[in-house]
Design a protein. Structure first.
Length: 317
């Protein structure tokens, strides 16, 4: 969402159809397709499914995905309709960056927490603070909000190359890189423990859900992070068209990631269900979502309780 695109009408109209129409339309389609799925996840995790440490993170991740898709949808619909009010752009951009950084923080927190559960199982099960997930989510939302406010206050002249704006980008970019490294390192640790360690972890639906979510985030959202890191240093007079293509492609990929997360949850939760179980009333989206967040192997689950009691056990009193 580059303000230079809107600020200079003659430059904007000189862009190709790929930059002006094709990429924005595809992004709008992805946003429209992804918003309902995130609404369903928010409703189920917020009101229908009992909370556990991971579901709290997933609830906040779905919130950030919803906000990000909504920001992209509003921005590109206004731009395509030629009635975009530029004075509101900074607010859309701020919420978009807030939701993007929050998604990165949430996935990193999930991966780190699972690493703690694997590397220090006794401490995790016996001494982990009861409300650790909720406290971490509040702190991460506050950190995301702080970074976003600092960046937009320092770059209030719409990403002009003043000294303060460059300093803030030089501070925030390494922070995001550091969090990316944490995400990759913790995810790689889990992968090594599952595949190469002498004490291999049992593959559960929860690990599959986390692995697929992290994989899609790294593939689809890394370009958006690079775009934000470069936004204050690019020479718009020379590289404007190239940067715009990269920027809008990054928006399209990140919209795909935010929209595919609910599909991952429900696909993993419904995978390998027997055909007759699909016809049973209790095997709904709620149960699929619960299954996707279960840290129990299939064999252990079948021995512990019959399928028809799983919903009752997980529902809040």
């Amino acid at each position: 969402m580059n303000q230079t695109t809107l600020k200079n009408n003659s430059t904007f109209h000189s862009l190709s159809a790929l930059e002006v129409v094709t990429l924005p339309v595809l992004t709008v389609i992805c946003a429209l397709a992804g918003l309902p799925g995130n609404v369903v996840v928010l409703w189920l995790l917020g009101f229908r499914v009992s909370r556990n440490p991971i579901s709290v993170y997933i609830l906040n991740l779905a919130t950030s995905d919803f906000l990000y898709l909504f920001c992209l949808l509003v921005f590109y619909l206004w731009e395509l309709s030629d009635c975009f009010d530029f004075k509101y752009y900074i607010y859309i951009h701020a919420v978009g960056m807030l939701s993007y950084t929050m998604g990165l923080f949430m996935l990193s927190a999930i991966s780190v927490e699972r690493c703690l559960a694997v590397l220090f199982p006794i401490w995790y099960h016996c001494h982990r603070p009861r409300h650790m997930s909720a406290v971490m989510c509040v702190l991460l939302w506050a950190l995301s909000l702080l970074l976003t406010m600092l960046l937009h206050v320092s770059c209030s002249s719409f990403f002009s190359k003043d000294e303060l704006c460059l300093i803030m980008h030089s501070v925030i970019a390494p922070c995001l890189i550091f969090v990316f490294v944490i995400l990759c390192g913790s995810s790689l640790t889990l992968l090594v423990r599952m595949l190469c360690s002498s004490r291999r972890l049992q593959l559960t639906r929860l690990y599959v859900t986390i692995g697929l979510t992290v994989l899609f985030f790294l593939l689809c959202c890394l370009p958006a992070g690079i775009m934000w890191a470069l936004q204050a240093t690019v020479d718009f007079q020379i590289q404007f068209s190239t940067f715009t293509v990269f920027e809008r492609t990054a928006h399209l990929l990140s919209s795909i990631n935010s929209g595919v997360n609910p599909i991952i949850y429900f696909f993993v939760g419904s995978f390998r269900q027997k055909q007759k179980q699909w016809q049973q009333r209790q095997h709904s989206l709620k149960l699929f979502l619960q299954n996707a967040l279960e840290d129990i192997a299939e064999g252990e689950k079948s021995r512990e309780s019959p399928p028809h009691k799983s919903v009752e056990m997980l529902e809040p009193p």
